[in-house]
Design a protein around this ligand. Structure first.
Ligand code: AMP
Length: 294
């Protein structure tokens, strides 16, 4: 499955992505992790990204897109992926659309993790990451036993917990501001494409995982057609109508747009599931006895 997890810093995208990796067997692609690794290695990319990251600002789109293009070209992403922290603005979302369109592998689900502002700040201040295995813990939510008794799967020694340098108070305020300004608009962007699911991401981690899994289960499966235009019932119907009826519909549309909208939803045999947008007429048609269907 090709998934994007959206949400403010501290909303749990990283933690939930790690759980999805276990469940779905597809890789997590976190642009934040990739950038931090580049900074730690001292590569040219890391050098260019460092200042923006320390200030809580977004790293230049061209750098991030180059990195994503390369990562999505790796073979382990063929069966799907979980994008965590990407896209972060509309330009990145459009670029991702184009990139996935060229390989005919459109996104299948976008889940927005909703968390209250005060809770975000609390979570970020308690966040710690194991320097060796990368697992994310929270001092306020993880049971102490899990932190003390558990050994790092990479070293066999206790986890070495570190705090991210950008998890300090001043930078967090800027990151949340940037999120509201640049990333929040993606909610409407993906809603318009019929891909968005919103879940309450407060409460126990296991409970959020259950909500997330349910949301993914409810996501409309998309075939790998490469089509990324928003799928409305009328558009899906139009795609399935024979050419002659499409031409007739266009003529009717020129005369009366309303009449055409009715024709498209009531008469076309669209079987695509878009529950929020499915017309009453289409609903009645599905319930009609087989012999009476048009
Ligand atoms: P994260 O670990 O996702 O919170 O990201 C940490 C920092 O990396 C962000 O505050 C940005 O400076 C940078 N970053 C991560 N992902 C992106 C992205 N998609 N676009 C631009 N900057 C990013």
């Amino acid at each position: 499955m090709r998934i994007v997890l959206l949400g403010a810093p501290g909303s749990g995208k990283g933690t939930q992505s790690q759980r999805l990796v276990q469940r779905l067997g597809i890789p997590q692609i976190s642009t934040g992790d990739l950038l931090r690794a580049a900074v730690a290695k001292g590569t040219e990319l890391g050098r260019q990204a460092k200042q923006a990251m320390e200030g809580g600002r977004l790293v230049d789109d061209a750098l991030v897109l180059g990195m994503i293009r390369e990562r999505l070209g790796e073979p382990d992403t063929r069966g799907g992926f979980i994008l965590d922290g990407f896209p972060r603005n509309l330009a990145q979302a459009h670029a991702l659309d184009r990139l996935l369109e060229t390989v005919r592998q459109p996104l299948q689900a976008v889940v927005q993790l909703e968390v209250d502002y005060g809770e975000l700040v609390r979570r970020i201040s308690g966040r710690r990451t194991c320097a060796d295995c990368g697992r994310v813990f929270n001092l306020f939510s993880a049971k102490p036993a899990a932190l003390q008794g558990e050994l790092c799967p990479k070293t066999g020694a206790p986890h070495r917990l570190t705090q991210r340098p950008d998890d300090n108070e001043a930078t967090v305020a800027e990151r949340l501001r940037v999120y509201d300004e640049k990333t929040r608009p993606l909610i409407d962007f993906y809603r318009a494409r019929g891909l968005l699911q919103v879940i309450d991401a407060e409460g126990e981690v296991d409970t959020v995982t259950r909500r997330l899994t349910a949301a993914l289960g409810a996501a409309t499966p998309r075939r790998t057609t490469g089509r990324t235009r928003a799928a409305t019932p009328a558009r899906s119907a139009a795609r399935k109508r024979p050419a002659r009826r499409r031409a007739a519909a266009r003529t009717a549309s020129a005369r009366s747009p309303r009449a055409t909208r009715r024709t498209a939803s009531a008469k076309s045999p669209s079987r695509r599931k878009t529950p929020a947008k499915t017309s009453k007429a289409a609903g009645r048609r599905r319930r009609a006895p087989r012999g009476k269907r048009r």
